[in-house]
Design a binder for this molecule. Structure first.
Ligand SMILES: *Cc1c(COP(=O)(O)O)cnc(C)c1O
Length: 362
């Protein structure tokens, strides 16, 4: 059985976790500090704070920027739901903007018509590892005085103009959940170059307690802290970051080589400025070229011991989000299949998966 996702543990994870246990520092501790230092340095920001997961990272970023009741935040119509949920937690309102049918990322040309006097921020989600058109997006944000909260959970180590994503906006958010490019089981991070914002987020992520004055609270804070045990995993993973990136790139290229010239199968369009590290390779199929529809294809692949995942449902089709219809998001999402892309997936397995997909074509 080829699973859709699987964490790759190299060895020092065991050693570092047992060091953390032996130290008895199992809430906060040195591994948390080490990871915050090393991860922010690697991505290229001055400051970094770890959080309990990627969703709390997004919520913390919004809180740090003062997003609250009545504020509007631009969110793409096609993404994992976390960024919209985080906006809703603040009492703010996600304003959904359709995605580009080729890149599957936020369609920057549609942003300005959705900006009102209540708009405070944009959350570009770098979906599956592709990157939004950040130069245009930054221009729009600057001219409308909006914050940019990059959701880089799926694009860890993707680069835009030679710079790691997550360092391009006001604040960048990451997830270290078990399927993500590097993992701690659960975990997240917020990165920024803004000293004041960093200090505010640090206080809010630990109960709102004033630093240097124990049990004195200036804010209604949260407990969004990462544990030292999780950070120990993260530190071990960080040591292997070059080989993780290498494997992810290998996997993506192998799928491209096997499938990108086939009519009826389309990959995300990656623009020139982007060096992607694809988190989950996904194809969009044209069902006319296949014997079955997307959902049946996934069942047929499962019968061949290949686990796949569908595209995210667009907000516009989930009543709870009350989003307006969104043509591109709806069109792409129903025909996306995301394929096994974990770092230890072999070339032979990729070739097998591709052969089985082609076998389901007319
Ligand atoms: C994984 C993910 C998150 C964060 O998820 P957690 O499970 O809370 O760590 C946020 N946004 C996107 C786009 C994601 O894929």
């Amino acid at each position: 059985m080829i699973p859709w996702g699987k964490p790759l543990l190299f060895g020092n994870e065991y050693k570092f976790i047992s060091n953390a246990l032996k130290s008895t520092w199992i809430s906060g501790g040195e591994y948390v500090k080490k990871f915050e230092r090393e991860f922010s340095q690697l991505i290229g920001t001055k400051y970094g704070i770890t959080t309990s997961n990627g969703t709390t990272a997004l919520h913390l970023a919004l809180l740090g920027l003062g997003i609250s009741k009545g504020d509007e935040v631009i969110v793409p119509g096609f993404t994992f739901v976390a960024p919209a949920n985080a906006v809703i937690y603040t009492g703010g309102k996600p304003v959904y903007v359709d995605v580009d049918p080729k890149t599957w990322c936020l369609n920057v040309d549609l942003i300005e018509e959705h900006i009102s006097n209540k708009t405070k921020a944009i959350i570009p989600v770098h979906v599956y590892g592709n990157v939004c058109e950040m130069d245009k997006l930054i221009k729009i944000a600057d001219s409308n005085e909006l914050f940019i909260i990059e959701d880089a959970a799926e694009a860890m180590f993707s680069k835009y103009d030679k710079v790691f994503v997550g360092s391009l906006g006001t604040v960048g958010c990451f997830s270290f959940q078990s399927t993500k490019t590097i993992t701690m089981g659960e975990g997240g991070a917020v990165l920024t170059n803004d000293k004041e914002l960093n200090e505010k987020m640090r206080i809010l992520h630990s109960h709102g307690m004033r630093q240097g004055k124990r049990y004195w609270h200036d804010f209604i804070g949260y407990n969004y802290r990462l544990t030292n045990l999780q950070a120990a995993l993260g530190c071990a993973q960080l040591e292997k970051v070059d080989s993780i990136i290498k494997e992810k790139v290998r996997i993506y290229k192998r799928y491209l080589k096997n499938l990108s010239n086939i009519d009826g199968i389309y990959f995300q369009h990656i623009k020139n400025k982007i060096d992607p590290v694809i988190w989950a390779v996904a194809i969009r199929i044209n069902p006319d070229f296949f014997k079955f529809n997307r959902d049946i294809i996934m069942v047929k692949l499962r019968e061949k011991d290949i686990e796949t995942r569908p595209g995210f449902y667009p907000f516009s089709l989930m009543p709870i989000y009350k989003a307006p219809p969104m043509q591109s998001a709806e069109q792409i999402s129903k025909n996306i299949i995301s394929l096994p892309s974990f770092a230890s997936l072999s070339d032979e397995d990729i070739d097998y998966i591709c052969k089985e997909i082609i076998d389901l074509m007319r």
